[in-house]
Ligand binder design. Structure first.
Ligand SMILES: [Zn+2]
Length: 279
């Protein structure tokens, strides 16, 4: 279950001895523009580099009990792909104190102190944690808009985690707040692209007709939660291993940054996860 913890949301499914994680809201940062206020983790949206750095530092420290700051974070340009990168300690600070690294939409790592953060404002933020047979933690973070959700980027991350030794039965997944079926209206062109990516049955299952718009064009609603859960379950993650936020970002624009609710003039939230040092 998701629960509020100060300026963050967390999932009790991911709360474990050496894992710290959090989903940011609009609260607790230092951005002052009306559209980025106050916790914005996105560059190029109006805030200076320094403001975004300070927000990343606050967010990182809040989710890691003050242990890790912005220099531990890895942020990169997201490209609506199904590309996932392995991270090592050498990647720490990319996008905060170092130039961004390779573009991608997901990260996995088994290195303590490396904090991947994915950024969303209606797209689906997904955090993952599991462990190896000898109890070593393995984590992941994924950004999934409709392209990544249809392409199964969450399942790609699970595959990479198992390559690092994580046992499938130990993997837990938290799907953060994103735009839900109530608000996520799309056109026939998108449905066709979903079908081209994941098949007509998949598109039919997760894109539901909802009449026509003023121009007489067919409208649909898209179910990002369903798309991601389908791929996760197909690769062996059971429903009990998945926790899903019940809130829609577009329905709550005061609490969440929402691209659709603002016509694109908005800040960006973060979802971060880190392995704490061995005690
Ligand atoms: Zn909604």
């Amino acid at each position: 279950m998701f629960y509020r913890d100060g300026i963050l949301f967390r999932s009790d499914l991911l709360t474990g001895s050496r894992i710290r994680h959090g989903f940011s809201t609009r609260e607790g940062g230092v951005s002052v523009f009306p559209h980025t206020r106050s916790m914005n983790l996105g560059h190029g949206l109006g805030d200076s580099q320094e403001i975004v750095y300070q927000n990343a530092d606050i967010f990182a420290k809040t989710l890691s009990d003050g242990i890790y700051g912005a220099e531990s974070v890895v942020i990169t340009s997201q490209i609506h792909s199904a590309k996932v990168r392995f991270l090592s300690a050498a990647n720490c600070g990319e996008g905060t104190v170092l130039p961004v690294g390779e573009s991608c939409d997901g990260f996995v790592t088994d290195c303590p102190g490396v904090m991947p953060i994915v950024r969303t404002a209606d797209c689906t933020p997904i955090l993952l944690a599991g462990s190896t047979g000898d109890g070593r933690p393995v984590i992941g973070a994924v950004h999934a808009g409709w392209k990544g959700s249809a392409a199964g980027i969450a399942a790609v991350a699970v595959g990479y985690m198992t390559e690092l030794g994580a046992e499938l039965s130990t993997i837990r997944v938290a799907v953060g707040a994103h735009i839900e079926v109530c608000c996520y209206e799309v056109g026939a062109d998108m449905v066709e692209q979903v079908a081209a990516t994941a098949g007509a049955d998949f598109a039919g299952k997760f894109c539901t007709p909802r009449g026509k718009n003023g121009a007489g064009e067919e409208k649909f609603t898209a179910d990002l939660t369903g798309m991601n859960c389908f791929h996760l379950q197909y690769c062996g993650i059971s429903p009990e291993q998945i926790d899903i936020s019940s809130e829609c970002t577009m329905c709550h624009p005061d609490l969440y940054h929402s691209h659709r609710a603002t016509g694109g003039k908005r800040g960006t939230m973060g979802a971060g996860i880190v392995i704490m040092p061995e005690m």
